[in-house]
Design a protein around this ligand. Sequence first.
Ligand code: ATP
Length: 509
Amino acid sequence: MSDDTFKKITSHAKEYGFIFPSSEIYDGLSAVYDYGPNGVLLKNNIKTYWWKAMVQLHENIVGLDAAILMHPAVWKASGHVDAFHDPLIDNKDSKKRYRADNLVEDHIAKIQAKINKEIKKARKRFGNDFDEEKFLNESPRVLKYREQIERIEQKLNKALSNNDLQALKQLILDLEIADPVSGSRNWTDVKQFNLMFETRMGAVSDSSSEIYLRPETAQGIFVNFNNVLKTSRTKIPFGIAQIGKAFRNEIVARQFIFRMREFEQMEMQFFIRPGTEKEWFSYWKETRMKWHLSLGFDKEMYRYHDHEQLAHYADAATDIEFKFPFGFKELEGIHSRTDFDLKSHEAHSGKKLRYFDPETRETYVPYVIETSIGLDRMFLAVLSAAYTEETLSDGSVRTVLKIPAVLAPVKVAVLPLVKKDGLPEIARKIFDDLKWNYMTAYDEKDAIGRRYRRQDAIGTPYAVTVDHQTRSDGTVTLRYRDSMHQERIRIEDLKKELDAKLDLKTWLG
Ligand code: ATP
């Protein structure tokens, strides 16, 4: 998918009421967005799909909704005050600011693009006989590029894990990386920049009132460990799930809602017996991938990316990456967080955060496996995978959002073929009946073809059309968004049909 398609997706999202820039009448606020009438429906449906998969379908996972504001000591204990920063570099000529690691990653992506070009050329040359695996391992040119990537990655990982800002700058200089805007190679030194938003609480303004907007929802779960344990009769292994806002003062926020300064996370912390982390890590890796695949997008759109450079709290980590219009990027993180957080909160708060295991008769600080997905990123994944332009047999082009029906903002549109002959009255009755169960739209304006296109553009999977035949035999047409196929169905069977198509079990079962 090209840059051009990504632009089309962003403008489609605005035009059809999915996403607006924040405070637009004041020219917007960088990397902050608002969700419009269709956007909020899609966003809520994604939340529900995650929440039900995690909380409703797992007997041993309970929910939580912790506050955004927390005691500042939380962020000292979690390591965010000391370690939640990104390496920043400025270009002296363009005055543009970048994440130093991103500059190197973009350089790697360019080399990867050269490999992809070689593959494309070779595939063309060898046709059906082309063996990609073999080519990747034997083509001298590809091997050279792969070696380059490996060397750069090693240096980058080493510099990042040693917090060696000098080495990071040297890498940028050695690779002759230029500012993508100005082409200049006149760089400042690399500095660390803490990503937490600070604010003040109460009427006093000394430093004791300084607090942070939470940069992740996870800590609200850890500090409530005892409360949940005491009140929910949970036994290890068990999870606590939460959906909520998080804030990060990202150095460079770009790519629409992929990287925002205010965003939402859907996180689950799974508490386990120490020593079982490997098996639970792979369980959650697999389970979360299944959740993604249940939506029916192409399997090729997803891949795992195991981390070599681990965050300060993790002993294993993997990303589920998604093929966004701008390439494969992290959509969800699965982290084996050990007992880092609970232990650190014990040390800082002086309170015990332990579990008495009735099976082994031991008391211990549980280990944790975390699954963490950005709601907005998931929204972008759905939107970009769903966006389709199709040329129809009459040569016209229709834009359709092939959003999985279970997530679609509006499930069904009820349309009288014409605005007379009693058809609107019948259609209204059907609408009034279906709206109790499903987000339903009623539309009688314009020709039927235009109304179908309008529903296609917001991803409504089903359209019910009331025509003259309806009056004589009580049937309507049911039109399918993706195939545009239509079939006749009795009005009284509509609900049963929709129930079967939209039932959670059909999707997640
Ligand atoms: P990245 O490397 O992209 O900055 P991260 O590794 O810092 O992400 P985590 O701290 O693991 O991200 O957060 C978990 C999830 O939260 C991510 O997988 C992503 O979906 C989402 N997320 C993180 N930062 C942002 C952001 N600035 N805007 C939107 N979503 C975000």
